[in-house]
Design a protein around this ligand. Structure first.
Ligand code: ATP
Length: 241
């Protein structure tokens, strides 16, 4: 008996994405797709366009040109939002509410199932069980980042869009980041990071941006680690020189 193997579903489809701010091109003509189960790490120097790309994929920014579809639908549609987990530079917590209350509010918004249990598990996973009833304003920066990760993963999103998820985390938490972010081990994710070593650990595919353009994509340009490191040196450390 022969079994035809279905190719993985396309989750992200970006075509000709360009974002201009006046004369500044934050992103120029970026096209790429992400299939189910892929973990794409975005690498690039400050200003390379990583945050812009993630915000476009999340539907938080509209492109100047080009298009983004998630599961074939524009990302700002409510149907997509409920299936996406996001961490960004800002944590967006309600400072006066406790860690638990923040998660409950967010979980209700996105219709997370078995919410009480999901909150408990999420807080436990990121090492915040003891701080569950503390107001967020009393939590350290790293603890607030752990909470941001708990919030992004609470509703078991099918796609994670993560902007520097390691920000503020101590060495132990950085070591546990894969467990924090990918409890099932099969999550699809696009992750921007400034840490090459973390990027190599978290990713299965690596994309390097420079000047708002994709300069290297391991999927098409060879994905052995040495090649990623060589391109990282060229485009991120030495600015393409
Ligand atoms: P970093 O590593 O510093 O976070 P990045 O790779 O995420 O950088 P972006 O934040 O995407 O880079 O910025 C890309 C370019 O777009 C930069 O030149 C930046 O100054 C510009 N830019 C981003 N947001 C705006 C804005 N709101 N107005 C004007 N220019 C912007």
């Amino acid at each position: 008996m022969t079994s035809a193997q279905a190719s993985p579903a396309t989750i992200v489809e970006a075509k000709g994405l360009t974002k201009a701010y006046g004369r500044t091109y934050a992103l120029q003509d970026v096209s790429f797709s992400v299939t189910q189960g892929e973990r794409v790490v975005l690498l690039g120097a400050n200003g390379a366009g990583k945050t812009t790309l993630l915000r476009l994929l999340a539907g938080l920014l509209r492109p100047t040109e080009g298009s983004v579809l998630l599961w074939g639908t524009p990302p700002w549609h409510a149907r997509c939002r409920a299936q996406v987990g996001v961490t960004s530079h800002a944590s967006y917590h309600y400072e006066e509410l406790t860690a638990w209350e923040n998660l409950r509010l967010f979980g209700r918004l996105y219709g997370a199932s078995n919410l009480e249990t999901a909150i408990e598990r999420a807080l436990e996973r990121v090492g915040l069980a003891a701080q569950a009833r503390e107001p967020v304003r009393t939590l350290s920066r790293g603890m607030q980042q752990r909470l941001a990760i708990a919030r992004a993963t609470l509703h078991r999103p099918a796609l994670l869009l993560l902007d520097e998820p390691e920000t503020g985390l101590d060495a132990a938490a950085q070591g546990d980041l894969a467990t924090f972010l990918f409890p099932n081990g099969e999550e699809t994710a696009v992750i921007a990071t400034h840490s090459l070593s973390l990027g190599l650990t978290l990713g299965r595919r690596w994309v390097i941006l420079s000047g708002g353009r994709v300069q290297y994509d391991s999927q098409t340009d060879g994905e052995d680690q040495a090649r990623v490191e060589k391109n990282y040196q060229m485009y991120v450390v030495h600015g393409g020189r």
